[in-house]
Design a protein around this ligand. Structure first.
Ligand code: SAM
Length: 206
């Protein structure tokens, strides 16, 4: 019996989900810079690890991130990309974007200093295999336009769907309305993960 109990304990330990392998080499430097400027909207490591895993399922893929921040999730996305994958990441704050682009110089990545609202509405290039929508534009605003940028079979990923200390007043209602809107669509399939900051993994089917 003792032997069996040990076995169960070992198995549970193997499923601890806040110890990570394959952390991007630039992650720690970016995390330090993020702390130094007290940027409090950074994506966590669980989200990053999930993004890396999903991006790796899209060889020769096209990836879009809306809301680069200082590049924490960006570093995980890059770590999941193969040589032929291209990645565009959009941020409207130059200070934040500079931290990301200086730490993550990579020919496969286009760091774009732009307003996400304008960028989404003016973009006329190819669609994407995965969109990580981590800013108001692309998530609570211009969702229709943004889901239109995802290929059929592609992923649309959002985090911060569980109440966070940095949510402004009234945000919870916005989140609730958005989840209902997503659940009522017939062109996507989704799974809600009550994990990390609250993630929704959406696959576009039409
Ligand atoms: C939740 S944070 C992004 C966190 C980041 N993905 C990470 O891995 O840490 C949202 C980001 O969106 C940016 N942002 C807000 N409004 C924007 C807009 N209209 N256009 C582009 N970026 C915007 C903010 O400056 C902020 O860096």
């Amino acid at each position: 019996m003792q032997c069996g109990r040990n076995k169960i304990e070992v198995k549970l330990e193997m499923m601890i989900d806040n110890i990570f392998s394959g952390i991007p080499v630039q992650y720690e430097n970016i995390a330090e810079a993020t702390k130094a400027i007290a940027f409090n909207m950074a994506s966590d490591m669980q989200t990053g690890s999930l993004l890396k895993t999903l991006v790796a399922s899209k060889p020769s893929g096209r990836i879009l991130e809306l809301g680069t921040g200082t590049g924490l999730a960006t570093s995980w996305i890059i770590a999941g990309m193969d040589d032929k994958t291209n990645f565009i990441t959009i941020e409207n704050n130059e200070l934040l974007l500079d931290i990301a682009r200086n730490a993550l110089k990579d020919a496969r990545v286009e760091f774009v200093l732009a307003d996400g609202y304008e960028w989404i509405q003016s973009y006329s290039g190819q669609t994407f295999d995965l969109v990580f929508a981590d800013a108001m534009p692309g998530k609570y605003d211009l969702f229709e336009e943004t889901i239109g940028l995802v290929k059929v079979g592609g992923f649309y990923i959002i985090d911060d769907m569980i109440p966070q200390p940095n949510w402004p007043g009234g945000h919870a209602d916005k989140v609730e309305r958005f989840i209902v809107e997503l659940e009522n669509r017939n062109d996507i399939i989704l799974t809600k993960l009550n994990w990390s900051t609250g993630i929704i993994v959406v696959t576009k089917i039409k």
